[in-house]
Every structure is written in C-alpha cells, then in structure tokens.
Design a binder for this molecule. Structure first.
Ligand SMILES: [Zn+2]
Length: 255
C-alpha cells in the first residue's frame, strides 16, 4: 500500500532543513533540531505528529526531540546510540519501518558520526549530514575510508533517488566542486541553476542522485578529472579510491 504524502522543508537555525512529511492529517519529521518551528508548522497545517526519524546524534538534529515527544507522544526511530533519547525504535542496517503507509529501509552510513543512519524508500533518501547537495559531511568520528564506503552505498541506489539532506550548504559546496572539477560542464550548469534558486530563496534540496554523481566531487573519487586536479594541486596522498577521497575531504576542510 502506498500513501501519497507531501514533503516540505521546515527551516531551523541558520541553514538546517527539518523535513516534514504529511498526508494532510498525519505528519512525520526528520531530524528536528528545534521543536519551535516544527510545532508552528504542525499547527499552521493542522497536522498531528505521529513519528520522528533521527539520522545521528548531533544537537542540530535531535535538539527538539524531548519537547516534541512530550507534546505529542509520537514514535521515534533512531540509531543504536543510547545517547539519543527518547527513541522508541532503535534501528540498524536493513531494518524496515513504515511511516504514513510507506516502507523505508535503514542504511548505516558511518563517517560523519559513527551512529549515522539514512532512511531510504520509494525513490527518497533522508541522509542527514552524510551526502549534501554538491558535497558531503565532515568526517568527525569515522575515518575517510568509512565515509567513502557510506557514500559508495548511496551511489549504488537508483540514480533517480531524491536526496533530502539536512542543510542548505549547496552554493558553498559547489564553489569547492568547481575548484576540484573545473572542466565539468554539467557542474557549471548546476552552479547557475542553484544560484538562481537561492536568489529566489528556493531550497536547492532535494537534489537527484544522478546529478550528484555527475557533479559532486565526493561521489567522483574515481573520475579521472577529479584525480587530475588533485595531482595538479598537490593534494593527492595516494592513488587508491580512499586516498583520493581523503585528499579531497582534507582539501575541502581547509578550503
Ligand atoms: Zn551532523
């Protein structure tokens, strides 16, 4: 059974997106870092909060959890990290959950944090701070090979998958992407398109996985053009895919 639902961004802090899924009556939110804007959006739309999905333990993704569960007694799905409370369903790789009549599968995608998971179903991916439009999350708790492996898992999904990440970092990410892959004409077009969206205050998220594969350097560790730039910029620390990825990520950290 497939229930049609709408997905809307709720803006929080300076550049977070809390994703709101609803069918006109019931709602689910992803990574509510702040309860205030979620409660306002629910009341404006006259929605009942039924569930919360959490991708990882960072405060800007879980900060609203206690207030929202206290106000609504909704269910919460989250990673196997006891620090995240309250969670009613701890989930891990391969688990299936049903929200608003739709099945989602859990993918473990460690790297940004060790507990990071993503939710994938019906051509949609909620990936928190793992893959961003035009970039990827910083590697805080994991290793570069771990992060590349997580991104490789995402890269194998259906290319038409819509990528719902948790931040509007796209223009800054694309600036780095152009430095890393300067001759990529598809990337050039994407920059123009995203600049025009931001000028009109329209989110650049979700993006389509196929566009990320064509333009996001952090999904292009095996693209000869990206490797050539790393060589030219003396950022290449070795020749295998993990080295290319690590060279790119460390360059971006300083960019
Ligand atoms: Zn994070």
């Amino acid at each position: 059974m497939t229930t049609v639902f709408t997905i809307e961004p709720i803006s929080a802090f300076s550049d977070n997106y809390i994703w709101l899924l609803h069918n006109g009556t019931d709602a689910v939110v992803v990574d509510p870092g702040d309860a205030g804007p979620v409660l306002a959006a629910l009341s404006e739309r006259k929605l009942a909060l039924k569930g919360i999905l959490i991708t990882h333990h960072h405060f800007d993704h879980v900060g609203g959890l206690e207030a929202l569960t206290a106000a609504t007694q909704c269910e919460v799905w989250g990673p196997e990290n006891p620090k995240i409370i309250p969670v009613t369903h701890r989930v891990s790789e391969g688990d299936t959950l049903h929200i608003l009549g739709q099945a989602f599968q859990v993918m473990e995608v460690p790297g940004h944090t060790l507990d990071h998971i993503a939710y994938q179903g019906e051509g949609i991916l909620f990936c928190g701070d793992t893959l961003f439009a035009g970039g990827c999350g910083r590697v805080f708790e994991g290793t570069h090979p771990m992060m590349r492996n997580s991104l490789a898992k995402i890269r194998r999904l259906d290319p038409q998958t819509k990528i719902y990440c948790a931040h509007e970092y796209t223009l800054a990410n694309l600036q780095f992407a152009v430095a890393a892959d300067p001759k990529n004409t598809v990337l050039e077009e994407r920059v123009t398109h995203c600049e025009s969206l931001r000028e009109q205050n329209i989110p650049t998220v979700p993006s389509i996985l196929a566009d990320e594969i064509a333009t996001n350097p952090f999904l292009r560790w095996d693209a000869p053009s990206v490797m050539a730039t790393l060589v030219a910029e003396s950022k290449l620390i070795g020749s295998n895919s993990d080295d290319v990825f690590a060279g790119l990520r460390q360059w971006k950290d300083m960019f």
